[in-house]
Design a protein around this ligand. Structure first.
Ligand SMILES: *Cc1c(COP(=O)(O)O)cnc(C)c1O
Length: 404
């Protein structure tokens, strides 16, 4: 059993007031709050350890490099990767997907096909559109069913010997749907297609094991996992990363440079050009340690309980409709109330200290699919409580009263 009060005490921001009310932070799908250990690690680095990594023989450079690489090992263990050089540090999920899409545009030809889905975040759509535009490959889209799950029958129809890559989210940021990625990966592999999983909404909520999952690429952002912004992870299988061309050229990513010929560094440095977000990567270790200390299975269990409670409570509000009602969901509730604009709901609940997100959540094709301009979204994290859900429901009811 998790001690939620003890967990909350580690997050200083949860003590603050917003508009004179206790903050209820339900925008964890956009970014999570940070525990004191993460905040301290950033400050300690700049106060006591600041130096560039992989570049100096002096003491501080060695220290910074060791700590930077320690995070890589921590991520490797956290996601069950076979090798630590299969962990590439990026700026975030968006950057990770662009890295892979940029590489694939030189590997693909006219006639090749990439499959994504209708539920993808814009960052798992646009890079593939750009990749197709340059390579001549064609983009195919798995449609959504009414409950917000993927039409797996259509996925079977789309797969063919032309499929070179499938890129889908693990968990939808707008609907909360948990996709059956094990099946998606196995089906794609039957056609020798590679699979990339956008795990931005999954990594802080469910246990990951890359070797068991067998995904070719998996990516996520540190900031949605209690870590700093500007840090992301790209996991890739060694043999595929070795054939993928580098994304950016510059320092750190080379073996030798001359005007006649430049050779690239080995993994992971081939994909880490330039000075990285050193303080962020070092502090990110504290975020993973925070999760590991709690045990991710306990987090999943607690959040399921919160989701169940919140779903039942919001459904008591007359005229409220939830988008995303798949059997397997994560802690995200996207909703609209008949006759009200989600934006207005967001503004009024904010006056009561409740932070929710409103809009299209960077998933316009989902909004088109359901023929709505946007939704209001509650997204939960391990530090949230049932009392906070009660406060939020009360605030939504008040908004409804004021706006009707
Ligand atoms: C947040 C999110 C992204 C983008 O992550 P960034 O950190 O903004 O790069 C991509 N996919 C999903 C599902 C997300 O929730």
């Amino acid at each position: 059993m998790l001690d939620i009060n003890k967990i909350r005490a580690q997050f200083p921001i949860l003590n603050r007031k917003v508009n004179g009310k206790d903050l209820v932070y339900f925008d964890n799908g956009a970014t999570t709050q940070k525990p004191q250990s993460v905040i301290d690690a950033e400050a300690t680095y700049y106060a006591n350890e600041n130096s560039n990594v992989h570049r100096g023989v002096h003491f501080l450079s060695g220290l910074a490099t060791d700590k930077f690489e320690e995070t890589r090992n921590t991520v490797q263990a956290f996601i069950g990767a076979k090798h630590n050089h299969e962990i590439i540090f990026t700026k975030g999920t968006t950057d990770s997907i662009n890295l892979v899409a940029n590489g694939f545009r030189t590997l693909l030809n006219k006639g090749d096909e990439i499959i994504i889905s209708e539920m993808e975040h814009h960052s798992n759509i646009v890079p593939w559109q750009m990749c197709c535009e340059i390579s001549g490959a064609t983009l195919k889209v798995i449609p959504l069913l009414d409950n917000g799950s993927l039409d797996m029958h259509e996925f079977d129809n789309l797969l063919s010997k032309n499929t070179k890559l499938v890129s889908v989210s693990h968990i939808s940021n707008a609907l909360g749907t948990v996709n059956d990625i094990e099946t998606i990966i196995a089906k794609a592999h039957n056609f020798n297609a590679k699979v990339m999983i956008d795990g931005a909404q999954a990594a802080s909520h469910v246990a990951l094991d890359m070797q068991k999952l067998d995904a070719d690429f998996y990516c996520f952002s540190a900031h949605k996992l209690f870590g700093p912004t500007g840090v992301g992870v790209l996991y890739g299988k060694e043999e595929i990363l070795n054939v993928l061309p580098p994304y950016q050229g510059g320092g750190e990513m080379i073996k030798e440079v001359s005007f006649a010929k430049t050779t690239y560094a080995c993994l992971p440095h081939k994909f880490e050009a330039g000075t990285p977000n050193i303080s962020g990567v070092i502090a990110f270790k504290q975020a993973i340690d925070f999760i590991t200390d709690l045990e991710i299975a306990e987090i999943t269990k607690y959040e399921e309980e919160l989701l169940k409670y919140a779903t039942a409570e919001v459904l008591k509000i007359e005229g409220l409709k939830i988008y995303g009602t798949a059997a397997h969901k994560s802690g995200i509730i996207s909703f609209n109330i008949e006759g009200l604009h989600p934006y207005d709901i967001g503004v009024i609940v904010d006056k009561m200290g409740v932070a929710i997100r409103t809009g299209h959540h960077c998933t316009q094709p989902i909004m088109d699919r359901f023929n709505i301009p946007g939704t209001a979204r509650i997204s939960l994290s391990v530090y949230n409580t049932k009392q906070e859900i009660d406060v939020c429901v009360k605030a939504i009811k008040k908004a409804k009263l004021m706006l009707s």
